[in-house]
Design a protein around this ligand. Structure first.
Ligand SMILES: Cc1cc2nc3c(=O)[nH]c(=O)nc-3n(C[C@H](O)[C@H](O)[C@H](O)COP(=O)(O)OP(=O)(O)OC[C@H]3O[C@@H](n4cnc5c(N)ncnc54)[C@H](O)[C@@H]3O)c2cc1C
Length: 413
């Protein structure tokens, strides 16, 4: 079916964006027996730069498995598990823990792989489940009324639907159409994120996650090193007065990478970027008519520490589809339909605020701008090798609070 034919027909629901949120929404629609139509501005098969989400929680794997049986296992099978985590303070090891390798046959409690691979597997699952994709369709504007939504793409074609699941990322056109600004701060410091290709044959490295507080070979900056399937992520916390170009340029990379990884890795950089991480949540997750449902980065941006971006985009999308189903079932009962969408908007905004607070606490810990926190960290580092709890705290704080049962219920990730 061509896009122009399709666009003249009304759809019960359209999904905008084929990132993790949009693909999850499409799978959830098919799992519920509804047609799933996705509009995506990229060309089919175009690879997005950067590995971005490298860490997927077990809850996400279980959700993907539920949406498309086999998908969670496939993603986990392509990912990497590390059993050891280590923290250092000014070059001295202050904490290490190795977990036993348990082969329980179920899904692991996390996996680590490039986001592009996860997305490829999700697209393949979507095709298997009968999702229709319209690539090269960039939604340029949206207008919602009490009757539904009219989308216009950049080629001037119109697309009508009763509801829209908006999954069009951080610069969301749909969020703008809802008149719902992102609210919240941005980190004052810049972070450099580098992905490097693994070289297990010539330069094998222990498969461990390490966090260096005040790395002595990098001028006392904090450095996170994280393995993922096929590579390594290095995340450096720059100082406010650092010039990011010193770290980003090819010469800069060749200078500092060998200080934190074996020298050959200076030539194995595959992707590099700088971020001042946003900590922002949309004012409202829907429009005045309760027809557009904002999900994923269309509705929230978190610093990645604690891996709450993609991991929360999946439940956003699943809940949005649940609300659309209730609204469609409510039919002409406009109040009931609107109430279902309002519940979604409220629940996911609450989850986003919770996740932002967790990511914010990780960010504060890493920046350690308050003298009391800085002193607490120093004191903990001084006793960490004898006081297990101090080491545990320093090791876990860069990722935000542990997900307690209460937190899990509140955030549903
Ligand atoms: C360095 C870094 C590390 C990260 N690490 C993690 C991690 O370990 N774990 C984690 O959970 N998260 C992580 N994240 C966050 C994660 O990458 C995002 O949360 C996730 O990609 C959000 O998915 P999304 O579908 O909402 O948006 P996106 O992935 O941005 O997808 C949006 C899609 O919509 C399309 N689109 C945009 N505008 C339009 C339009 N007008 N019309 C049609 N299509 C459109 C885009 O082309 C794109 O395909 C990280 C992010 C960064 C930057």
């Amino acid at each position: 079916m061509s896009a122009s034919t399709d666009s003249s027909a009304g759809h019960p629901v359209l999904v905008v964006g084929a990132g993790p949120a949009g693909l999850s929404a499409a799978l959830a629609l098919r799992a519920a027996g509804l047609p799933a139509v996705v509009l995506e501005r990229r060309t089919e098969g175009a690879v997005r730069p950067g590995s971005r989400a490298a860490y997927l929680h077990g809850a996400s794997l279980r959700e993907l498995e539920r949406l498309s049986p086999g998908l969670g296992h496939e993603v986990a099978g392509r990912g990497l598990l590390w059993a050891t985590k280590r923290s250092y303070w000014a070059g001295e090891e202050i904490y290490a823990r190795t977990y036993p390798q348990t082969a329980r046959g179920g899904l692991p409690h996390f996996t680590s792989l490039p986001q592009v691979i996860t997305e490829d597997l999700m697209v393949a699952a979507c095709r298997m489940q009968g999702v229709t994709f319209h690539w090269d369709v960039e939604v340029a504007s949206a207008r919602s009324t009490a009757e539904g939504v009219l989308l216009t793409d950049s080629a001037g074609r119109e697309w009508r639907s009763d509801y829209v699941v908006a999954a069009d990322g951080s610069r969301s056109v749909l969020r703008a159409a809802c008149g719902s600004p992102l609210e919240g701060p941005r980190s004052p410091n810049t972070f450099v994120v580098v992905d490097l290709e693994d070289d297990p044959e010539h330069h094998p490295m222990p498969i461990e996650r390490t966090f260096h507080y005040r790395h002595p070979d990098l001028g006392g900056r904090n450095v996170l090193t994280l393995p993922f399937a096929g590579g390594w992520r290095v995340d450096v916390n720059l100082r406010v007065d650092d010039d990011p170009m010193r770290f980003l340029s090819p010469e800069g990379l060749r200078r500092w990478i060998p200080r934190v990884l074996p020298e050959a890795y200076g030539e194995r950089v595959r992707w590099v970027s700088t971020y001042r991480f946003a900590q922002q949540v949309a004012a409202d997750f829907t429009d005045a008519h309760r027809r557009i449902l904002l999900t994923g980065e269309a509705s929230h941006l978190f610093a990645p520490f604690g891996a709450r971006g993609m991991n929360s985009s999946i439940p956003d999308a699943v809940r949005a589809v649940g609300a659309v189903l209730q609204a469609l079932e409510a039919g002409r009962d406009r109040a009931a339909a609107g109430a279902a969408v309002s519940r979604f908007a409220q629940e996911r905004k609450e989850a986003a605020l919770y996740n932002r607070a967790c990511a914010g606490s990780a960010l504060d810990h890493m920046l350690a701008r308050s003298p009391s926190l800085w002193l607490r960290q120093r004191a903990a580092a001084a006793v960490a090798t004898v006081g297990r709890r101090a080491g545990e705290w320093l090791d876990s704080a860069p990722y935000g609070p542990k997900l307690t049962a209460r937190g899990a219920a509140r955030s549903s990730y």
